[in-house]
Design a protein around this ligand. Structure first.
Ligand code: NAP
Ligand code: GCO
Length: 266
C-alpha cells in the first residue's frame, strides 16, 4: 500500500471527547488534518463556542456537542445523532479527563468517585456506545488517553492513578474482546504535558523562581522539557489509521523517556 494512504483518515469520522482545548484539541486538529470528519464534545457552552471558532480559524469544519461523558443518556443521544448525520464513528478518542490533587486521607469519597467517573467510567460508556456499529461494520479504532499514572503512583493523585490504571486495563480488555471484529483499542500515555491541567505544577513562585515540581519533572525527564499536545499528534494519527491495524491493546507512552529513567543523579 502507498505509505501516505496508510496514515490517511480520509472518509473517516473521528469523535474526540473533551476536545475544546488542551490535549484533546491538539489530537482532534491532527485527525482532521489527516482527513477525518471531526466531531468533539465538552460540557460547557462557552468552551464549545470558543472551540468552534478555534477550529474554524484552522480551516477545520468541526461538529461540536454539549455532552457530559459521565451521563449515559447524554452519551447515547450524542452517538445516535452523530450516527444519524455522519454514519458510524470510525475513530473514538476517550480524552476527557480531570485530576484532583488531594492527599488520599483528606479526599472525600465523592471527590474520588468524580475522578473515577470521568477518567474511567466515561470511557466505558463512550466505548460501549460506539462498539455496536464498529462490530457491524467490522472495523473501528478506540484510543484511550491514559497517563504515566497508568504505571506509577505519586502523592495526592490516588483517584487519578486508580482511574488511569483501570483505563489501561479497560483498553487491553476491549482489544481482547473485540479484536476479532477488526477493532483496535490502544492507549496513549502522555508524560508531563503543558496544558491547563498541569498549569498549577508549573506556576512560578512569588520570587519568580521555578516551581519545585517543574524542576523535579525536568530532572526526571531525559528530554529535559515538558511535552506539548504537538508531541502527541503523530502517535494519535498512527493509532487512528490503518498503519496500526495489527497493533491492539498497546499503551504507547509519549513521555520524553521519563518512564525509562530513574532520573538524573544530583
Ligand atoms: P484539560 O486541559 O483540563 O482538558 C480536559 C478536557 O476534558 C476539557 O476540554 C474539558 O472540557 C473536558 N471534560 C472534563 N470533564 C468532562 C466531562 N465530564 N464531559 C465532557 N468533557 C469533559 O486536560 P488535558 O491536560 O488536556 O488532559 C486531557 C486528557 O489527557 C485527560 O484525560 C488527562 O488525564 C490526560 N493526560 C494529561 C496529561 C498532562 O500532562 N496534561 C498527561 C497524561 C494524560 P469541559 O470542562 O468544558 O467539559
Ligand atoms: C500530576 C500530573 C500528571 C499528569 C499526567 C502524567 O499531577 O502528576 O497532572 O498526572 O497529568 O497524568 O502522565
Amino acid at each position: 500500500m502507498e505509505i501516505t494512504k496508510l496514515f490517511s483518515l480520509e472518509g473517516k469520522t473521528a469523535l474526540v471527547t473533551g476536545a475544546a482545548y488542551g490535549i484533546g484539541f491538539g489530537i482532534a486538529e491532527a485527525l482532521a488534518q489527516a482527513g477525518a470528519n471531526l466531531v468533539f464534545n465538552c460540557r460547557s457552552k462557552e468552551h464549545l463556542e470558543k472551540a468552534m471558532e478555534d477550529y474554524e480559524a484552522k480551516g477545520i469544519k468541526a461538529k461540536g456537542y454539549l455532552c457530559d461523558v459521565t451521563r449515559e443518556e447524554q452519551v447515547q443521544e450524542m452517538i445516535r445523532d452523530i450516527e444519524k448525520q455522519l454514519g458510524m464513528i470510525d475513530i473514538l478518542v476517550n480524552n476527557a479527563g480531570i485530576i484532583k490533587r488531594i492527599p488520599m486521607i483528606e479526599m472525600s469519597i465523592d471527590e474520588f468517585r468524580e475522578v473515577i467517573d470521568i477518567d474511567l467510567n466515561a470511557s466505558f460508556l463512550m466505548s460501549k456506545a460506539v462498539l455496536p456499529k464498529m462490530i457491524e461494520k467490522r472495523h473501528g479504532k478506540i484510543i484511550n488517553i491514559c497517563s504515566m499514572m497508568s504505571e506509577l503512583g505519586r502523592e495526592t493523585v490516588s483517584a487519578y492513578a486508580a482511574a488511569k490504571g483501570g483505563l489501561k486495563m479497560l483498553t487491553k480488555n476491549i482489544a481482547a474482546e473485540y479484536g476479532k471484529y477488526n477493532i483496535q483499542c490502544n492507549g496513549i500515555g502522555p508524560g508531563y504535558i503543558a496544558t491547563m491541567q498541569t498549569a498549577p505544577l508549573r506556576e512560578r513562585r512569588e520570587d519568580g523562581s521555578r516551581n519545585p515540581f517543574d524542576s523535579f519533572i525536568l530532572a526526571k525527564t531525559p528530554a529535559e522539557r515538558w511535552g506539548t499536545s504537538q508531541d502527541l499528534i503523530g502517535p494519535a494519527v498512527f493509532l487512528a489509521s490503518e498503519a496500526s491495524d495489527f497493533v491492539n491493546g498497546h499503551i504507547l507512552y509519549v513521555d520524553g523517556g521519563i518512564l525509562a529513567s530513574i532520573g538524573k543523579q544530583p
